[in-house]
Design a protein around this ligand. Sequence first.
Ligand code: PMP
Length: 404
Amino acid sequence: MALFDKFNKLANDRAELFPTGLSPFETRIEEVYSPTEARIGGRRVLLAGTNNYLGLTFAPECIEAAHKAVEREGTGTTGSRMANGSYGGHYALEAELGDFYRCNSVIVFSTGYLASLGLIGTLAGAQDIILLDADCHASIYDACRLSGAQIIRFRHNDVADLERRLQRLRERTENTLIVVEGLYSMLGDRAPLAEIAAVKRRHGGYLVVDEAHSLGVLGEHGRGLSEEAGVAAEVDFVLGTFSKSLGAVGGFLASNHPESEFLRYASRPYIFTASPSPSVVASTRAALQLLRNRPQLRERLWANATQLYHQLRALGYQLGPEPSPVVATLLGSRQQAVAFWQGLLERNIYVNLVLPPAAPGGYTLVRCSVSAAHTPAQIDTICEAFADLRAMLKRSDTPDSHRG
Ligand code: PMP
């Protein structure tokens, strides 16, 4: 088979699914008006699929901090921290995250994806075991593959399944990482973290929680599910991203294991890629301050999330299992999901289209992510478009009849 032949199926699938060529990959954001509005295809579109949970991408404090940093330190670091050194902002951001999480070791990575590779792919090796929730994000799967460790998946949010599998490992649990997410990125449900921490207490292992979607969203201070579930002290490693509630790009690892500092010297995704640019670091620091000082953003976010979830459910849609800023609407066939996504865009609503294998359990879905910056009227507008499209779902293929 020639090198490019492997793309034939992909090309055919795309031609069949997107005959007009309009897919999320081709969506061009022509102008961004605000955290919740942009021009797409010449029209003003309401953004309902951005992960911009706290709406901070246009916060004046973040923009000003980024401005100042770019003027003072330039547009980029042009290399990794190992080769080019660390800027003051890298250390300051790590110290501020350390203070926020009450962790004595924080390492900033260039993206959340790299943070996952940097921790899991480096800490676990061929002699080790990774027990991961089946619904974990692609970055975690890739990190597991990179590690060369034995990979064992347990059923999504099934604590008994996790316990059974951990029990079988016996004394090998001291070589085991248990990996879960705070809020799962596709269905928006929480991990049963208190129970998972109890299982870890009984059998051993090290617990990793990817708080990508829960930082700034869950917990009294916005630290995530570890805080909300009251088990922060039992979480060995927190992974996070700057690309969602903090409105920038980058990622981090926070831990109270002093040995995790050695990851700076051992982690290829830390050593062999350029460090975050000064403006990104500066806006992230400003966003973290806002996240800490403005709990009302979290309250607004949850009011919007709850409104959207309940209104969509009242329309008869099958949603993820609990109200959450990630609102997944489960659909039928892939064609139907594509038509639904396009239908929303025609009605000037932008959401995320998720097809298998990106969606867990064989689901097809469209995912809304709610922002504190949405107004209640905008949430109503989103729901009106969904109401308009309800008739499009044929009786035989209603969401309720579909479980992939
Ligand atoms: N973990 C989860 C659960 C995610 O959803 C994402 C991004 N979608 C990442 C990690 C990667 O984050 P980043 O965008 O910073 O690479």
